[in-house]
Design a protein around this ligand. Sequence first.
Ligand code: 9MR
Length: 444
Amino acid sequence: MKRIILLVWVLIISFLSQAQLQQSLNFYADKCQSLKIGTAVGSNFYTAYDNGDIYNRTIINNFNILVAENEMKFDAMEPQKGNFNYNNSDKLVAYAQKYNMQLRGHNLCWHSQLPSWITAGLTNGIANGTFTRTSLQAILKNHINTIVTRYKGKVQQWDAVNEPFNDGTGTLRNSIWQQVIGNDYIDSTFVWAHRADPDAKLYLNEYSGEMYGDTKSEAMFNYVKSMKDRGIPITGVGFQCHFMVNTINFTKLDQNIKRYAVAGLEVIITELDIRIKNTDYNSNPAKWLAYQASDYQNMINICLNNSNAKTFVTWGFTDKYSWIPNFTNNAYGYSLIFDNSYTIKPAYTSILNVLATESARLSAVNPVKETAEVRLFFTNGLAFIKTDNAMTRCQLFDMKGNCLIVSEVKNNKIEIPLNNVQSGMYILKVQLENGQTITRKFIR
Ligand code: 9MR
């Protein structure tokens, strides 16, 4: 008898952990006023490109916006003057389109990760006369125009200027752009990007500008507000949010986001990770993961509660590939929402629960009205899905938001195997080529 009880327990636990692995953040985010929930993808993405492995499955099941961790930076995109390398960026764009995701472009103008033909213009950090204001302006303009034009309509958000402020003082960083062109390189970057794709959203992306009242944050707000007041086409700011667990001042963060809203500017979360000191983690993992879960929960709540903060992107998703351990000489880590083996962490569940609750509240308030039709046909344990528009894929969810099946289009139709699907109520989410998503209740 004892053995049977034990066996039943093992089965229940393994079923529950399977179910958890299948849960889906984007399922709920799509229902939360089109909240964009995303991740940076690292070099692993390009080697494991669309091969259906767990790295890919985790992305497809959870996110609706992606950003390249390194592969769309200046050195990667224009390694030699005028010679552009689109290998990785084109792959990312194709992937995002296939899976109906948006893209952030990171970034157009930064002091770091520049190719050697540009850094040749500095000696010990000081401009050495290799470039004139006019020649460097032409280089930057051509870089921006070429890339933004290529991805017009395909990259919805660009980090136009990245990290232009100094730490501490909040004065402008003396990058090669600032030294050779002058402070107006910032305005020009936004103007040139806007001309190349007037529909793309353009952000100034920074770290340590998150908290109201901090010197750098004040300087950044004043600078960006003055850009907006001068008519520069800036959508808002990216708060990178490379945070340490249990130290985030959510009141100041919220206060800061709200003053940008008053100024007509968005604030989006662009590189969130919440690191834990390894010695703390090792002393009591459950305690520190719970603190971290609470921090992630507060972060997603801040986005839901501020109408100018509708993008939430983490800097990677699995601790396996986070930049933090390497950057901190292995003093810190554990900063993301999946662990090294892609198992969800309490932080993941805390975000999921917030999104599930909010989407249930919203769908009670505003039942979704869709004009497009989905027709279902059944034969031999298969459901065939047809719509009037071309489809890309279909997901079947249970009512708790667990994604049970993902089917891609084959020969213009989608088949869903129902043999292992128990009777009950489900949600079908069909993605159309035109970007529309149709959801339908489905009773088996
Ligand atoms: O995560 C990126 C890491 O792989 C690179 O080595 C590093 C080089 O500067 O850049 C990291 O990404 C940075 C991002 O582009 C801008 N904000 C800070 C990020 C972490 O350093």
